[in-house]
Design a protein around this ligand. Structure first.
Ligand SMILES: C[S@@+](CC[C@H](N)C(=O)[O-])C[C@H]1O[C@@H](n2cnc3c(N)ncnc32)[C@H](O)[C@@H]1O
Length: 470
C-alpha cells in the first residue's frame, strides 16, 4: 500500500478532513478524498515517521494561522486569478457603482473597497489601476483604501510584493502593460503609483463575523468576493453572505463570481443588471431587496453561421423612415415591443474566435443587405462593441438615424461613449433614451431588450443619473 492509500484508509483521515473543512470552509474537498489525501501526503513527505493522528494533533494545536496549517492550506487553495479578470464586471463597477459611491460619499470623501479572497492580489491592483485611470480627478483629496485579504499567507506575501509572471497579466493590452507595470526580467512589477491605496492582510472569511475584523473593515462601499464561495458549502456561503451584507454600507455594492450568483445572493442584495454583468446592491435599511430585475444581457441575434448560409434571423426590413423630431409622446409603441426576431445566444457563448469572426462577417453582410433596417445596425453595433472591432458608435448612430425612437440604441450609444471617456455625448444619449421610454407603460417590452421592460430600462438609465436604487 503506498502512502496515499495508507492515508485514505487511516480512520484519522476523516477527522483531518472534517477539521480542515471546518477551519477553511473548503467543502470542495468533501467528496474529493483522493485529492485531499494526495495533498496531505505532500506535507508528510519529509516526515516519514509522523502518524496521521500526530499530524492532526499538530494542526489542532496550531490553528489555521500556524506554519504547518498554512503550508497545508497552501496545498489546498486554488489561487487562479489574473489582472482585469471578468473585465465586464470591472466595467460595470466603473460605469455604475463607483460613480454612485462618489456621489454618495462626496461629504466624507472616503472610498473603501475590499477584495475578499484576493489570492495573489491582481483583483485589488486592478481596482486601483481603474480608479486612477478613470476617476483620478474626482478622487483627488479622497481617502481611498483597497484591502485585499486571503486565507493563504503565501498568496498575501506575493500580493504585497506586487511582482507577477506572464500568467497573471495574460491578455493585457501592451499599452496597459506599459502604463501599469515595470518590466523586471521575465516579471512584471505593478508601478508604485498603482500601489498607493492597496494593502493586503491574511484573513479567514469563515472565521467568525466579519465586522469584528480589527482593521477597520466595516462601512465598506464595495466588496468583491469572486470565485471564493464556489469552494464552500451552502451553510458557509449563507453565513458569509450575511457577513458581507453586514459590512457593506446601505446602498453598498457586492460583486461575486459568475458561478456564485443565484437565490442566495438575491435574497439579500438587489441585482443591478448592467450590460455584460450583474452587480449587487445592499438595499437601504428597512428596504427588502427589490424584486430582482432580470439579468439584462444584450441578446445579439447572431448565431455563428455555417460557412455557406448565414443562420441568424433576419428581421423584417423596415421601410425608409424620416428622422423624426424626438418626441416621447409620439414614440411608436411598436418600437418598444420586442421584435419578432428570434432571440439567439449572446455572443459571450459563441464558441471560438472563428465563430465570432464569421458572425461578424454575416452581420455586416446582413446590414449591407438591409441598410434601412435599424435593428441590424443596432445588432452590428453590439457585436462590434463586444468584439472591440469596427465602429460601434457609427452603427448605433445609423440605427438611430433610421429610427430616432430606438431607446436601446440610444442607451448603447451612451454606454459606448462613456467607455471612451466621452461623458457629454454619453449623458445626452442616456437622456434621449429616458425621454423615449418616458411616455410608455412600465410593463411594455423594449425592442431588442430580450424581455427587458420599460420600467427596467428606466431603472438602468436612472442609475446613471442619480445613483439611486431602482
Ligand atoms: C480562485 S481564487 C479567487 C481570486 C480572485 N478573487 C479572483 O476571482 O480572481 C480563490 C481564493 O479564495 C481564497 N480562500 C479560500 N478559502 C478562503 C477563506 N476561508 N478565507 C479567505 N480566503 C479564502 C483562496 O486562498 C484563493 O486565493
Amino acid at each position: 500500500m503506498n502512502r496515499i492509500d495508507a492515508i485514505l484508509h487511516d480512520p484519522v483521515f476523516l477527522r483531518i478532513k472534517a477539521a480542515v473543512i471546518g477551519a477553511t470552509g473548503l467543502a470542495y474537498y468533501a467528496d474529493k478524498d483522493a485529492a485531499l489525501a494526495e495533498r496531505i501526503n505532500r506535507r508528510l513527505s519529509d516526515k516519514p515517521t509522523l502518524s496521521l493522528a500526530a499530524y492532526l494533533a499538530q494542526l489542532a494545536a496550531e490553528g489555521p494561522t500556524g506554519p504547518e496549517y498554512q503550508a497545508l492550506i497552501n496545498e489546498l487553495t486554488v489561487g487562479e486569478t489574473f489582472f482585469f479578470r471578468y473585465a465586464e464586471q470591472f466595467e460595470a463597477l466603473c460605469a455604475v457603482a463607483i460613480p454612485e459611491c462618489l456621489r454618495r460619499n462626496r461629504e466624507s470623501r472616503l472610498l473603501r473597497i475590499w477584495s475578499a479572497g484576493c489570492s495573489i492580489g491582481p483583483e485589488a491592483y486592478t481596482l486601483e489601476i481603474l480608479l486612477k485611470r478613470h476617476f483620478a480627478d474626482q478622487l483627488r483629496d479622497w481617502q481611498v483604501s483597497i484591502v485585499g485579504t486571503d486565507l493563504n499567507a503565501s498568496f498575501i506575501e506575493t500580493a504585497r510584493r506586487g511582482v507577477y509572471g506572464n500568467w497573471a497579466v495574460r491578455g493585457l493590452d501592451p499599452a496597459v502593460l506599459a502604463e501599469c507595470f515595470d518590466r523586471k526580467g521575465d516579471l512584471w512589477a505593478v508601478k508604485p503609483r498603482f500601489r498607493e491605496w492597496t494593502s493586503f492582510s491574511v484573513f479567514n472569511l469563515v472565521d467568525g463575523p466579519l465586522p469584528n475584523y480589527p482593521r477597520g473593515l466595516g462601512a465598506l462601499d464595495v466588496v468583491l468576493c469572486r470565485n471564493v464561495m464556489i469552494y464552500f458549502d451552502e451553510p458557509t456561503r449563507t453565513r458569509l453572505l450575511d457577513n458581507l451584507h453586514e459590512v457593506l454600507v446601505p446602498n453598498g455594492w457586492l460583486v461575486v463570481g459568475h458561478a456564485e450568483t443565484g437565490q442566495q445572493v438575491n435574497s439579500l442584495f438587489t441585482p443591478v443588471p448592467v450590460p455584460g454583468a450583474t452587480i449587487y446592491r445592499k438595499p437601504r435599511p428597512g428596504g427588502a431587496p427589490t424584486a430582482a430585475l432580470p439579468v439584462f444581457t444584450p441578446t445579439l441575434a447572431v448565431e455563428p453561421p455555417p460557412a455557406a448560409e448565414p443562420k441568424f434571423t433576419e428581421s423584417k426590413p423596415a421601410g425608409p423612415k424620416p428622422v423624426k423630431k424626438r418626441s416621447a409622446a409620439t414614440a411608436p409603441v411598436a418600437r418598444l415591443r420586442a421584435t419578432t426576431a428570434k432571440p439567439a445566444p449572446s455572443l459571450a457563448v459563441a464558441a471560438s474566435e472563428g465563430d465570432r469572426a464569421a458572425a461578424l462577417d454575416a452581420c455586416i453582410a446582413l446590414a449591407e443587405r438591409n441598410r434601412l433596417d435599424p435593428v441590424v445596425h443596432f445588432r452590428l453595433g453590439l457585436l462590434e462593441e463586444e468584439l472591440g472591432v469596427g465602429d460601434p458608435i457609427a452603427a448605433f448612430k445609423r440605427a438611430l438615424y433610421l429610427d430616432s425612437d430606438f431607446a436601446l440604441a440610444d442607451y448603447h450609444l451612451a454606454l459606448a461613449y462613456w467607455r471612451r471617456g466621452k461623458l457629454a455625448p454619453a449623458q445626452r444619449h442616456f437622456r434621449n433614451a429616458r425621454a423615449t421610454v418616458a411616455a410608455h407603460d412600465a410593463t411594455e417590452l423594449v425592442a431588442e431588450g430580450g424581455g427587458l421592460t420599460v420600467a427596467e430600462l428606466r431603472s438602468m438609465i436612472d442609475l446613471w443619473f442619480s445613483g439611486e436604487e431602482p
